[in-house]
Write a protein that binds this ligand. Structure first.
Ligand SMILES: [Zn+2]
Length: 52
């Protein structure tokens, strides 16, 4: 899936693994939102949160 490549690209920054995943406020902890550059989107419920 293309989504996995997205995770890999954003998962490593500066040579170390960064766990900067955002949990969905609707689905709760454990349901992480995908990073789409300027926003996060939940793949489960479709909730979108824009970065500040
Ligand atoms: Zn959700």
């Amino acid at each position: 899936m293309t989504e996995q490549g997205l995770w890999r690209r954003y998962g490593v920054q500066g040579g170390k693994l960064v766990r900067n995943l955002v949990s969905c406020p609707r689905c709760g902890p454990g349901f992480f939102m995908a990073d789409h550059g300027n926003r996060y989107t939940c793949g489960k419920c479709g909730y979108t949160k824009f970065k500040q």
